[in-house]
Write a protein that binds this ligand. Structure first.
Ligand code: B12
Length: 222
């Protein structure tokens, strides 16, 4: 047991190391865990728990913007290590569905979106991730070529709720809404924002988002 586990009373070494920004130790634990057969989905779940703690520490003024960026970079490296394992498993099977996702224009937050992407892949979706600050025209063009079953719009800033609405409107105006669902996600979205933007669903948590997407594809988990 290391010091951070004693101090924070956490029983999970990876959650503790990532939330304490112990980059090298965290990456070592991830690599050893994978070698010992720990499920990639468990590593992703722990990484998400750690990012929630980082967010809480930021709001409590214990962490500052550089710490958030560092936490994001550590999470990104973990996701990079885990991703090939998830892809290996997915290559063996037909995808559950196709999902196009991006953070809408005006917003550069992507940690939560990336968690959602990895959970989608872990659950058998083929995912095209458009990245951050994605304009509505780009969503429209990518829907035409990728033909997703579901479109996911991520946004953490309240100021981009309008952009989400404009993106949904543009998809509708291009005649690309029929036969596919649109889900919005981000820490501050709720039923009211969903109704305002005209999306079909919302999720302020990736676990809820996965359940919604699986249910749309007819594979809801019990
Ligand atoms: C980390 C962070 C940053 C990092 C982002 C790094 C990165 N690569 O993403 C940096 C430092 C860059 C940043 C910048 C800014 N930030 Co900031 N940031 C945060 C912080 C602390 C944590 C966000 C996070 O990653 N959480 C952890 C993840 C795992 O959670 P999540 O994003 O909510 O994602 C989950 C769900 O929402 C969902 N989800 C997410 N996307 C999607 C998509 C779909 C389709 C689905 C289904 C689900 C889903 O699944 C995820 C996993 O469960 C939040 C505070 C908070 N508590 O959210 C502020 C916060 C979002 N930021 C805020 C602000 C104000 C800013 C800045 C404007 C600050 C500034 N003055 O420059 C800039 C904005 C720049 C821009 N144009 O976007 C405010 C927003 C307030 C508001 N009312 O809009 C917040 C709420 C902080 C606060 N309390 O004031 N930020």
């Amino acid at each position: 047991m290391n010091i951070c586990m004693l101090e924070d009373n956490m029983d999970n070494e990876l959650v503790c190391l990532v939330s304490d920004l112990e980059e090298q130790e965290a990456l070592r634990v991830v690599r050893e865990g994978l070698a010992e057969g720990v499920a990639p989905s468990a590593i992703l779940a722990d990484t998400r728990k750690a990012l929630d703690i980082v967010g809480e520490r930021y709001e409590a003024s214990e962490y500052f913007i550089p710490d958030l960026m560092y936490a994001g970079a550590i999470a990104g490296q973990i996701l990079d290590i885990v991703k090939p394992r998830i892809q290996e498993a997915n290559d063996q099977t037909e995808p559950v569905g196709k999902m196009l996702i991006g953070t809408v224009a005006g917003d550069i937050h992507d940690i939560g979106k990336n968690v959602m992407v990895f959970l989608l892949e872990a659950n058998g979706f083929r995912v095209k991730d458009l990245g951050i600050d994605v304009g509505k025209e780009v969503f429209v063009e990518e829907i035409k070529s990728f033909q997703p079953d579901i479109v996911g719009l991520s946004g953490l800033l309240t100021s981009v709720f309008e952009t989400m609405k404009e993106t949904v409107d543009a998809i509708e105006a291009a005649g690309l809404r029929d036969g596919r669902n649109i889900i919005i996600g981000g820490g501050q979205v709720d039923e009211t924002v969903k109704d305002y933007t005209g999306a079909d669903g919302f999720a302020a948590d990736a676990g809820v988002g996965i359940q919604q997407c699986l249910s749309w594809m007819g594979e809801a988990r019990k």
